[in-house]
Design a binder for this molecule. Structure first.
Ligand code: DC
Length: 233
């Protein structure tokens, strides 16, 4: 589809609702840049774990703040997976940041104000010229409040858990459905109740419920919304 204006598309929602899959497909179809902002929070979390800045499951906020200037996150396109890999200080950490130990800590790291401040600034810099699809929790509310299109992706809880389990199994991680559900519930709670930019559905976001839609149907629906948004802007 030819778009005259390269708009900004914010895709928010809870974990494992299909946000990234939809955002990635949308970006590919439009020839836009796709940024998985959750990967950036995961990258900071991995750094903190490696530097022992999380003690007994508690992030050492003061120490983490002092370390932030040493954390350099970049994305590089990976031809094989047709998406961008996250690099932490020059090291490809795309696989490591998806592991359950990082997933178990990331929501806590994402509550830290200085971490959010750093990453929001970097996300805005990446998206300053439009032509971007960014997925996360605060993209429509904080990162790009003026985005021409804001999507809020939802899915039934059991579908989310099954998708997450399958995703992990494809990466060689064997985990029970109960463990997956517990992690998703814990993350939902932390993400939506934290003081700093909690996950909310902003008024001007359009909901896409992926429970009963195939990937193709989700993409078609999103593309229609893009066309309408591009015409309005
Ligand atoms: O989308 P994800 O599951 O990879 O995100 C990992 C964590 O990062 C999730 O618990 C919430 C947090 N996050 C956030 O607070 N803000 C964002 N824009 C993206 C992710």
């Amino acid at each position: 589809m030819l778009q005259e204006k390269r708009i900004t598309i914010a895709v928010d929602g809870y974990s494992s609702c299909g946000k990234s899959t939809l955002a990635k497909a949308l970006a590919k179809s439009l020839g836009y840049v796709f940024i998985d902002s959750g990967a950036m929070y995961r990258g900071v979390t991995l750094y903190c774990m490696r530097q022992q800045l999380i003690q007994h499951s508690k992030p050492q906020v003061d120490l983490i703040e002092k370390e932030l200037h040493n954390i350099r996150l970049t994305f590089e396109f990976n031809e094989a997976s047709a998406s961008s890999d996250l690099f932490l200080n020059g090291e490809n950490v795309e696989k490591l940041i998806r592991m359950p130990d990082v997933a178990a800590n990331v929501s806590k790291i994402a509550t830290i104000k200085s971490v959010r401040h750093k990453l929001v600034e970097e996300q805005r810099a990446i998206g300053q010229d439009g032509g971007i699809v960014m997925d996360g929790r605060d993209i429509g509310s904080v990162v790009f409040p003026d985005a021409e299109l804001k999507l809020f992706v939802t899915a039934a809880p059991e579908i989310r858990a099954q998708r997450r389990k399958k995703e992990l199994e494809e990466k060689g991680v064997i985990i029970s459905l109960d463990e997956v559900i517990a992690n998703l519930m814990e993350r939902d709670m932390i993400d939506s109740t934290r003081a700093e930019s909690p996950l909310i559905q902003v008024e001007d976001a359009i909901v896409i419920d992926t429970t009963e839609l195939t990937r193709e149907e989700q993409l078609l629906k999103a593309l229609e919304l893009v066309e309408a948004a591009a015409c309005r802007s």
